[in-house]
Design a protein around this ligand. Structure first.
Ligand SMILES: NC(=O)C1=CN([C@@H]2O[C@H](COP(=O)(O)OP(=O)(O)OC[C@H]3O[C@@H](n4cnc5c(N)ncnc54)[C@H](O)[C@@H]3O)[C@@H](O)[C@H]2O)C=CC1
Ligand SMILES: O=C(O)C(=O)CO
Length: 319
């Protein structure tokens, strides 16, 4: 049976064609302007299903989408969705766990290595014709192998980061997590510790915890001020877990040596953000899962979820 589907995502062409063969599809790459947003709202009035990301599903939009049965999010993080409103309307929300774990953990290590070796700064020097000026002690970075790795949120991505650190870089690992995970202490020869211990005893701190009201603003000036000499903070979860103003101040006054960020309090990062003027921060534009293979797998999983719910079956990965 044909259903009305609204897509707000750059699905890969073959998948889009498959959906179009089976359903009536209204497709937006993104909601970039008022005309797109108005057309999107019109389409949602008749939509049975939504697949995509970066759309704010507030109460007003849900009210204006009376036929909606499934929201198939092309993301693992579901912090942007009003879960109670969605549940109260019997809409199924699905996400894309597992398939993006490795790519996101790789991005964490990419940031960690770029920050440790100040790769962005050095690359800018080469491009700026300053090769000679980048050979001295003032441009040295810090070792990676054997340093202590602290992971905030030991879920799927946290464990994949731990695996890279423990097996690839011989790093002692410690982690902070909501639930007790003794089996992970064993798997990674790791210690589960308090947030305070993690911040004061790690050389690299990687934030991979999910955003919720409990974790909003979790990493603040007090924790950052307790870090070791030349400690580095990496954030690949959500910007709002870290108080960005505190992070910026600690990078500015040298309390924190370096940061590697894929996510920000507000995205896209504002052109006047103070982070942009800091040499001791590596800034990526939320590309944690942005590889061809991973994004295709995320889209496939989201489409499978959508089709299953429309057929009356249970979703593969409901939230
Ligand atoms: N930068 C990017 O492009 C990407 C970012 N992400 C972010 O990474 C997050 C984590 O993803 P997964 O590892 O797949 O999720 P997950 O659910 O497997 O892991 C989250 C971990 O955080 C822990 N946790 C939750 N609340 C906590 C609290 N209050 N205190 C301490 N620990 C707490 C959970 O126990 C769990 O171990 C996502 O929610 C998303 O925001 C995910 C993919 C890509
Ligand atoms: O999946 C997520 O939560 C992301 O942030 C993008 O992949």
């Amino acid at each position: 049976m044909q259903h009305n589907i609204v897509v707000v995502h750059e699905l890969y062409p073959e998948l889009l064609a498959t959906l179009q063969a089976e359903h009536h599809v209204t497709h937006f790459q993104r909601l970039g302007n008022d005309a797109d947003r108005a057309a999107f709202r019109d389409a949602m009035a008749e939509a049975d299903a939504f697949i995509g990301s970066n759309v704010k599903f507030d109460k007003a939009l849900l009210d204006a989408s009376p036929r909606l049965k499934v929201i198939a999010s092309v993301s693992v993080g579901v912090d942007a969705y009003p879960l109670e409103e969605i549940q109260s309307r019997n809409i199924v929300l699905t996400n894309t766990p597992e398939v993006l774990t490795d790519a996101t953990a790789d991005t964490g290590f990419l940031l960690l290595m770029m920050a440790a070796r100040r790769a962005g700064e050095m690359e800018r020097k080469v491009r700026g014709g300053q090769w000679q000026a980048s050979l001295g002690r003032t441009d040295f970075g810090v070792d990676i192998t054997g340093k202590t790795l602290g992971i905030v949120g030991m879920g799927r991505i946290g464990q994949a980061v731990a695996q890279r650190g423990h097996h690839g870089f011989n790093m002692p690992v410690m982690f902070y997590n909501r639930s007790e995970r003794p089996e992970l202490e064993e798997a990674f020869d790791a210690r589960q510790v308090s947030l305070e211990t993690l911040f004061s005893e790690s050389d690299f701190i990687v934030v991979t915890v999910a955003l919720s009201e409990a974790t909003r603003g979790l990493v603040d000036r007090n924790l950052l001020a307790a870090t070791r000499d030349k400690a580095i903070l990496i954030n690949i979860s959500r910007g709002q877990v870290v108080v960005e103003e505190d992070l910026t101040a600690c990078l500015q006054d040298g309390t924190l040596y370096y940061a590697g960020l894929d996510v920000y309090e507000r995205e896209p990062l504002a052109p006047d953000s103070a982070l942009l003027s800091l040499d001791n921060a590596v800034l990526l534009p939320h590309i944690g899962s942005s590889t061809f293979e991973t994004r295709n797998a995320m889209c496939d999983l989201a489409a499978d979820n959508l089709n299953r719910v429309l057929k009356g079956e249970s979703a593969l990965t409901p939230v």
